[in-house]
Structure formats: structure tokens, C-alpha cells
Write a protein that binds this ligand. Sequence first.
Ligand SMILES: NC(=O)c1ccc[n+]([C@@H]2O[C@H](COP(=O)([O-])OP(=O)(O)OC[C@H]3O[C@@H](n4cnc5c(N)ncnc54)[C@H](OP(=O)(O)O)[C@@H]3O)[C@@H](O)[C@H]2O)c1
Length: 329
Amino acid sequence: MKALQCLSYGDPPELRIAETAGPEPGPGEALIAVEAVGIGGFDAVLLGGRYQERPAPPFVPGRELAGRVLAVGEGGDPALVGLRVAAIAFTGALAERAVARCDHCMATPPDMDAATAASVLSAYATSLYALETCGRMRAGETVLVLGGAGTVGAAAIDIARGLGGRVVAAASSAEKLAFCRARGADLAVDYGAADWRRAMTETLGGGVDLVLDPVGGALSEPAFRSLAPGGRHLVVGFAAGEIPRLPLNLPLLKRASVVGVDWGGFMQQEPAANRALLARLRTLFEAGILRPERPIVHPLSALVGLLDDFRNRRSVGKPVIRLDFDTVR
Ligand SMILES: NC(=O)c1ccc[n+]([C@@H]2O[C@H](COP(=O)([O-])OP(=O)(O)OC[C@H]3O[C@@H](n4cnc5c(N)ncnc54)[C@H](OP(=O)(O)O)[C@@H]3O)[C@@H](O)[C@H]2O)c1
């Protein structure tokens, strides 16, 4: 089969299209004919050589995909065979065929096209796990989403809105703020502005109940300070590159919590609970409660530019690559 291989890490990485032996599904895995691959900040970090795990080159990159299940390995879920799925593969998705653990696959909702399916699973599952499981969000609560135009942030806006929350999205440019409003944010805040926190709480008439924080850095402390008593700050990631420190008098004074969110660890260590999470996510899509935006679809030749956009904070939403090995040299 044809596959994209990473020959060496870097910005840009060294990539080539190669003819490789197709993967075989191992125990509990599904073999998937790949239709579309979602690209995110993770791919930029991994291919730049900055992720904690570094597969030995040559390897096939691509974490998140949509396609049709061709077969399952021993102990895999036979009901998946023939179904269209969204799946997390970690690596190997930028190929004609890929494998993913059966319990890391979600059967695609009937009305969802492959490009959308390739863009939703990681961001939506992370945000649903963060808001409902970790944050115990209730309808009517106010949710501040940092990095609202990022992959996780955009999904969090949709989920918080769908679960009946009042959504405040924060981002760094006029274009990104317009995107957040279009995704359903009730209020969009430019967190590059001086004293953005005070302006936001004045507009809201009080603090927020939850902060969903995939950005970290200098934003986390003012975001935590904007919590109302009993609030929950959901630590999702550190896209800004800096892990913030929080004075512990703040949680005490506010009777507020810092809650760690690690969907990757959850999906590995709690497979039954993760299956229930993915079933809940699919129900919310099918019921039309969640309304993911159809992503922009790019050819494979656009990959390096997309990685560059993530690295330089230009990306809005989650782009998708439709595999077109026959047209790329
Ligand atoms: N815990 C989990 O289970 C889990 C799951 C998925 C992802 N994550 C993590 O969540 C974080 C965000 O992932 P993502 O896929 O949403 O990333 P993304 O699409 O690149 O979005 C990140 C956002 O962070 C903001 N940002 C601020 N400083 C930045 C910088 N120096 N470089 C890049 N972005 C910067 C950007 O918005 P502005 O320009 O508007 O500030 C950007 O839109 C990552 O750290 C990822 O590893 C965690």
C-alpha cells in the first residue's frame, strides 16, 4: 500500500511517499481503509520531534482518521467490520490502511461525512470528558474556554453550548474571536488585551463556573482568578509551551478546584468507561445537540504548511487531509 513516511524529525520534517507492507490488525485492533485524516497541534509537536514519545523513523505519521473497517484482529469487536468509523491510531493514519484499537473507534453517525468524522473524535471526546466527567458541568453554568479557536477549544465551545452552558470563549485575534462566536460562544474575549479578566467578569456580572484550559502559560492564573466560588479549572494542555504555577491560596480562598484532564490516559486505562464516553458522544452527534463544523479539506501536499500554521498559531479549527497518493509526487 502507499503511505507517507517520516524519515527525520524537524520543522519541516523530512517526508516521502513510499510503497510499504500494509499493517495487520493485532489482538483487539481494527484494520481500517483510510478516507480522511485530521491534522492537529499534536502532529506538529510529534513531527517536530518535541513529543515525549519519538517513534524511530521511518514511521507513518497521522493520529486521527476516518474510514471503513476491513477486519478486526483476535478478540476485536466483530460488529465493527464494514462500518465507517472515526478512530485514534496515534501513528500510521496517513496511509491507505491503518490500525487502531477497536475501543478507540467510534462508529460514524449516519449523517456525518468522512472529513468531519476525521476531525472530531479527539477534540470532542477530550472536551466531553473534561466538561462532563472531570468538571461535572451542569446546564446553566458559565464556561470559559481558553484557546477557543483551537482544535480542543472549538469542540469545547460546541459541547458547552450543547449541554446548556453559557459559553465565554477567549482567543488572540479578531479572526479567531469571530470564529468562536460563529461556533456558538455567547461572549468572545481577546485575552491579549490588558486586564481582559476584569472586563470579562464585569460584562458577565460575576465569575465563571468552569475554565477549560488547553493553553496554559501566562493565561492560566488570571483564568483561575476569574472562577466563582466552587469553580473548576480543567487543565487540558499547554499549547503556549509553558507549564504555569498556581499559588495554592487561590483554590483555598475560592473553594475552587484544579482538575487534571487526560483523555489519553483515560482511554488506555479505563476502556469500559471510554466506550461509554464515545457512545454518549455519538448520541449527542446523532441527536443534533452537537454541531461540528465541516472542516477545510486539504490535499496531502498541504501537510507541511498545516504543521507550520499550528506551530505559528495561525490555525483556526481542525483541518483534514483527504488522501490522494496518486496525485502527489
Ligand atoms: N489532556 C488531554 O486529554 C488532551 C487531549 C487533546 C489535546 N491536549 C492538549 O491540548 C493542547 C491544545 O491542543 P489543540 O489540539 O487544541 O491545539 P491547537 O489546535 O493548536 O490550539 C491551541 C490554541 O492555543 C493557543 N496558543 C497560545 N499560545 C500558543 C502557542 N505558543 N503555540 C500554539 N498555540 C498557542 C492558540 O490560540 P490563540 O492564538 O487564540 O491563543 C491555539 O488556537 C495541546 O497542549 C494538546 O497536547 C490534551
